[in-house]
Design a protein around this ligand. Structure first.
Ligand code: HEC
Length: 126
């Protein structure tokens, strides 16, 4: 094979890799949640979201542990990850995000939908 052909082949594989590494991330719209009849009173930060965090995330993401420098204890800190899409992305195992909880079973679809509902309604401190 000529050197020129080899160069071209390398260039094509490079473009191919570039294309695959830039594949679009999934978004919250890819999470399927039916209408569960929830309201802003039934799904709140203090009753619902903090409980899901406590059960699944706080053992690695508390004020004192902070795995990966992520702290999910307290409204302000959870809100930050709701706003940057990483809360839903990691918990729903969306493509392009790190799957959480690390090393444990995925959180139930219903709890994922509760978080989505809370975020869709403005991620309030309620
Ligand atoms: C067993 C420990 C453990 C548990 C439980 C856990 N995480 Fe993590 N999490 C980690 C580690 C370690 C990292 C850093 C990972 C890395 O950088 O590769 C991390 C990183 C993250 C990040 C940052 C990802 C990024 O791309 O910057 C978010 C957001 C996150 N976790 C959310 C959660 C949520 C939400 C839960 C609960 C559903 C959870 N984690 C449960 C260990 C854990």
């Amino acid at each position: 094979m000529q050197l020129r052909t080899i160069h071209i082949l390398f260039f094509i594989s490079f473009l191919f890799l570039l294309f695959y590494s830039c594949k679009k991330k999934e978004s919250a719209n890819d999470i399927q949640c039916g209408n569960m009849g929830w309201t802003n009173d039934s799904i709140t930060y203090s009753k619902t979201i903090s409980t899901i965090m406590l059960k699944n995330c706080i053992r690695c993401h508390s004020n004192s542990i902070k795995k990966g420098w992520v702290d999910l204890e307290g409204y302000d800190r959870v809100k930050k990850y709701a706003d940057n899409h990483k809360l839903l992305g990691t918990i729903a195992h969306l493509q392009g995000f790190k799957a959480m909880p690390r090393g444990a079973a995925m959180v139930s679809q219903e709890d994922i939908c509760r978080i989505k509902f809370w975020i869709d309604n403005g991620a309030q401190n309620n």
